[in-house]
Design a protein around this ligand. Structure first.
Ligand SMILES: Nc1ncnc2c1ncn2[C@@H]1O[C@H](COP(=O)(O)OP(=O)(O)OP(=O)(O)O)[C@@H](O)[C@H]1O
Length: 155
């Protein structure tokens, strides 16, 4: 991943460059936006999650979700997006430390980071199922009671 990027492969030549603190709020903002642009360009999975986020937004508008539903859906979508950011940071740091050498700990760090994304996606799916299922059933004229269903299930 990270080391395939030609622009970043050239980075070691810049070792003598000094790193400066962000001198102003706008400079910090510009660097943050650059970070978002970099991950958007490089990480296909993040682009897929953002695309799915737009589809969820359209579905939410279609079904007319209530405020509390929107809160949960927003938390779920941003949890996945944040986990992709974290995954990319860990991959970049691991590649920086081990370069292209094999190390079991490097593999462990990357696999655990990827597992974190999977856990976040599982969280998102559970939230989406709980939030959307009454709206979908209602479309077919079926009124459900989720709490009653869970209660009956546990008996
Ligand atoms: N330096 C390394 N040493 C040992 N195993 C590694 C190393 N780099 C990668 N791996 C293993 O190869 C897998 C794929 O690594 P890679 O850097 O391509 O991440 P990726 O999962 O493809 O990234 P992306 O999230 O961008 O798809 C890792 O999950 C890890 O198991």
């Amino acid at each position: 991943m990270a080391l395939d990027d030609k622009q970043l492969e050239g980075a070691p030549k810049d070792y003598n460059k000094k790193v400066q603190r962000n001198s102003s709020f706008f400079r910090a903002l510009k660097n943050s936006l650059h970070g978002i642009w970099m991950i958007l360009v490089r990480e296909r999975n993040l682009r897929i999650h953002i695309f799915l986020g737009f589809l969820i937004l359209i579905a939410g508008l279609h079904y007319g979700l209530v405020r509390s539903d929107w809160l949960w859906v927003t938390v779920a979508v941003f949890t996945v997006i944040s986990s992709e950011f974290l995954n990319t940071i860990i991959e970049a740091l691991v590649d920086l430390v081990v370069e292209k050498r094999y190390h079991p700990l490097a593999g462990l760090a990357k696999d655990v980071a990827a597992g974190g994304v999977l856990a976040a996606v599982a969280f998102e799916i559970i939230i989406l199922l709980i939030v959307f299922q009454p709206y979908v059933w209602r479309q077919f004229g079926i009124v459900t009671n989720f709490s009653q269903f869970i209660h009956n299930f546990s008996r």
